[in-house]
Ligand binder design. Structure first.
Ligand code: GSH
Length: 207
């Protein structure tokens, strides 16, 4: 399998899951501006949506959408326990979090990445995100992970997205449980390995 990724983007969640699951993937870096891959391919031909991540399966099919790719990868290594068994309530809880992270957090950052956003639009986006962070912070007050007693794909996706708070210099002082959670996840050896592979360890150290 080959993961098409861009360093530090949402595709980091898929790399973290692959590392935690002990899966050996091939990786091909995507230049999102030019829609080309480091291997010299036209990325639009691989994923017509033009965004990362995309996971090329060994039979040539391509899976997209973070919340699907991370679940697919976790299901390839059930022994790693990165996702509860299908059909259990905990599986739906993980999917509930994946949906929340995708639609409320991931897309909530969109105005901050857009160079055309006005200062007002940026302020509104940060206010909105901080309300969502408040909810996650309260959820993590008594918990180490988003669902159950162990790290799941929801934590991988949450970490990849929340990591953008340092890039955008969003003050997390009023979200101490969330800040502690991020630190805890960053210290996981496989997460560190994924961050190192994408050249992001320094960015974390600067936090
Ligand atoms: N709905 C997609 C969104 C993925 C996404 O937003 N990827 C960003 C990087 S974090 C991207 O590639 N943006 C470039 C673009 O949209 O052209 C998913 O969940 O996978």
């Amino acid at each position: 399998m080959k993961l098409y990724y861009t360093p530090g983007s949402s595709s980091l969640a898929s790399r973290i899951v692959a590392c935690e699951a002990g899966l050996t993937l091939e990786y091909d870096k995507v230049d999102l501006k030019n829609r080309t891959t480091a291997s010299g391919r036209n990325y639009i031909k691989i994923n017509p949506k033009g965004y990362v991540p995309a996971l090329a399966l060994d039979d040539g099919q391509v899976l997209t959408e973070v919340l699907v790719v991370v679940q697919f990868l976790a299901d390839q290594a059930p022994q790693a326990g990165l996702i509860p068994q299908a059909g259990t309530l905990d599986r739906y809880r993980v999917q509930e979090w994946l949906g929340f992270i995708g639609m409320e957090l991931h897309k909530g950052f969109a105005p901050l990445w857009n160079p055309l956003s006005s200062d007002d639009a940026r302020r509104m986006a940060v206010d909105h995100l901080k309300r969502r962070f408040g909810f996650v912070d309260r959820h993590l007050e008594q918990r180490a992970y988003l669902v159950g007693e162990r790290f799941t794909v929801a934590d991988a996706y949450g970490f990849a997205i929340l990591n953008w708070t340092s890039f955008h210099k969003i003050d997390m002082a009023d979200h101490p449980h969330l800040a502690g959670y991020m630190k805890r996840i960053a210290e996981r050896p496989k997460v560190r390995q994924a961050l190192q592979a994408e050249g992001l360890v320094r960015a974390l150290a600067d936090r």
